[in-house]
Design a protein around this ligand. Structure first.
Ligand SMILES: NC(=O)CCC(=O)C(=O)O
Length: 306
């Protein structure tokens, strides 16, 4: 016998109705950039890549996790910037703001180490085409891993975890933000989907151990589970670095299909997003209506407590 449960009985009802995005089709750029120990060079380099992406028609540009610094516990405090103070205190975000305004694009600015008081965060800033900071996401799940003989990294040695999830309305739709390890937690992606996200953006530097196994799998899972777009952007691989990034920045569509990807070298991926595909897939396979909230429930505590 069919269940008598109705989706509207869910404690946090899913956003069955997607918000109408300002654009249906547009180009996204994933700038898979190298990060050196020269911060000034990294900023100039990222600025050039953003400009090239805009010249190729991208309306949304995504940068990698920790693009202005090497990804190491020694470097994070040295390269950290006071984003809230802005101006000279944060040359990396000043560049992103200027680039977004002058090129008239939306930028999901990867992440940089942020200093706030005596704390450090791994932080992603989103700029609108007016150059204004629209959202700031501090990585919620810090990357602590110990696989003997393979990889040991303890991000929590230097960084503090953020306490908020971040969803932002932009000129290119509603975007949920996560940083790298945040992609491992399906609840976060589900909360974003329930809040009507069209696209999830994850700047992320996976590694040579988990990268081959998990990177694409997680992106496709988050996209297929939630029937929305997922975009990731990694730093390019530097085989001589202390932390070797997997690369393979990727765009996945709402049916879990890889729409564009790359290997590990520096590159700019330009790909088209078509939000009408979300409605199509949700009509083809109406998971939203098939959920069994009488058996399990998603609780968005941030929304409940706000
Ligand atoms: N920078 C990160 O959070 C890396 C996460 C990662 O590699 C993973 O396996 O998860």
């Amino acid at each position: 016998m069919a269940s008598t449960y109705k989706p509207e009985q869910a404690r946090v009802p899913p956003a069955v109705q997607l918000p109408v995005p300002p654009v249906t089709k547009f180009k996204i750029a994933l700038c898979q950039l190298s990060a050196t120990d020269d911060k000034e060079r990294n900023i100039v380099h990222a600025r050039r890549a953003i400009e090239e992406a805009a010249e190729k028609g991208a309306q949304l540009v995504l940068l990698p996790e920790i693009w202005n610094s090497p990804y190491s516990n020694d470097c994070l405090p040295v390269y950290a910037e006071d984003i809230d103070a802005g101006g000279d205190a944060s040359p990396s975000t000043a560049m992103l703001s200027e680039a977004a305004r002058s090129l008239q694009i939306t930028i999901v600015g990867g992440s940089i180490p942020e200093r706030s008081g005596d704390r450090l965060y791994n932080t992603c800033c989103v700029f609108g085409k007016d150059g204004k900071l629209k959202a700031k996401h501090r990585k919620i799940h810090l990357f602590d891993i110990d696989i003997p003989g393979k990889i040991t990294f303890v991000e929590s040695k230097t960084l503090t975890a953020g306490d908020n999830h971040t969803i932002v309305d932009t000129d290119v739709g509603r975007i949920g933000i996560g940083i790298c390890l945040d992609i491992e937690f399906q609840e976060l992606a589900m909360v974003y989907a329930a809040r009507g996200a069209h696209l999830l953006c994850y700047p992320g530097a996976f590694n040579m151990t988990t990268g081959p196994l998990h990177w694409e799998l997680l992106q496709r899972s988050r996209a297929a589970d939630n029937q929305l777009y997922v975009a990731t952007c990694s730093p390019a691989r530097d085989a001589g670095a202390g932390y070797i990034a997997w690369g393979h920045s990727t765009l996945v569509g709402p049916f879990g299909e890889v729409l564009a990807t790359t290997e590990h070298e520096e590159t700019i991926i330009i790909a088209e997003i078509d939000y009408s595909q979300i409605e199509l897939r949700r009509t083809n396979l109406p998971l939203q209506n098939q959920r069994r909230g009488d058996l399990y429930q998603l609780v968005d505590l941030q929304r409940l407590n706000s």
